[in-house]
Design a protein around this ligand. Structure first.
Ligand SMILES: [Zn+2]
Length: 294
């Protein structure tokens, strides 16, 4: 609640007025979903409010395989990016981030948060029965009695970043992804079933999401820099478990200024001093909480 108080105190009057509630003002992001029709090239963009980014966890791959996927991603995305620069994320910028966030070369079993963001915004190919009903060019097939679906590509991006960003790592649920042609499917684990994904995901204390901002967003030229202040970890299995959290203490000095202090590990009613090292290297995140650095 201290965090909410802090953000409330920083809000400008028009921000409070324009928001329906304080939770939205603090936690709401707006995501864009851009769909390009493969037939007529029409672009349809829909914005959607959300209070967290639910990101998939890519499969663990060798460094060589990762490099192959990066090359494949680049060739494929660059082609459509060149013709739709005002609608698509720039693959060059995303790759810069992935390289910046490069995993430890000695540890091939590591997935980074940037890999998850990459998978989250990777273009999805809609085709066949999962095709796209284009408002411009899908027509009614008289013989079949239904509309002709088009192949299309779909990409998620951030239209408006949240002041307090919650990233939810999809550890629970079905691991099966459809769409054979989707890069997303390619990045993801194959196989089905309901289970917990316990892949270790490394995450930074400072996060930049500028490369995932939609080109039409007013935030497009910002770094969109966030600072980590909370982690929630789920210990256990699909059927039973326990949540613990790590929180960076919020301190208020005598001038009313806020700053972050030490890390604490909280389990039920027990709170103990922790450290940045324990948080970054010793926790298995389920939720990550970042605050926008202004
Ligand atoms: Zn079309």
């Amino acid at each position: 609640m201290h965090t909410l108080d802090e953000y409330t105190s920083k809000l400008k009057p028009d921000e409070i007025k324009s928001s329906t509630n304080i939770v939205d003002t603090c936690f709401k992001s707006v995501l864009s979903s851009s769909i390009i029709c493969g037939h007529c090239k029409n672009v349809s963009k829909v914005n959607e409010d959300c209070h967290d980014l639910s990101v998939p966890i890519p499969s663990v791959v060798s460094t060589a395989t990762l490099q192959e996927r990066v090359a494949e991603f680049y060739n494929r995305e660059m082609e459509s990016y060149r013709s739709h620069k005002s609608e698509m994320l720039n693959p060059d910028k995303i790759l810069e981030q992935i390289n910046f966030d490069k995993r430890d070369e000695n540890d091939e079993n590591e997935v980074t948060l940037m890999h998850c963001m990459w998978a989250f915004t990777a273009k999805e190919v809609l085709s066949g029965e999962n095709g796209y009903n284009c408002e411009k060019c899908s027509h009614l097939d008289q013989e079949e009695g239904k509309r002709v679906l088009r192949d299309a590509t779909k990409q998620l991006s951030i239209q408006k970043p949240a002041k307090v960003l919650t990233i939810h790592l999809k550890r629970f649920g079905h691991q099966l992804y459809s769409g054979k042609n989707s890069l997303l499917a390619h990045l993801m684990q194959s196989g089905g079933g309901l289970r917990k994904n316990s892949t270790q995901v490394t995450f930074p204390k400072s996060l930049e999401l500028g490369s995932f901002i939609h080109p039409s967003s007013p935030w497009k030229n910002t770094m969109c820099k966030y600072r980590l202040f909370g982690v929630v970890e789920h210990q256990g299995t699909m059927n039973s478990g326990h949540y613990i959290s790590f929180v960076k203490q919020l301190q208020v000095n005598k001038n009313g200024e806020h700053r972050r202090g030490e890390w604490y590990r909280i389990s039920d009613s027990h709170a103990a001093l922790s450290s940045q090292l324990e948080v970054l290297e010793g926790s298995q995140p389920y939720l990550l909480m970042y605050e926008l650095v202004e």
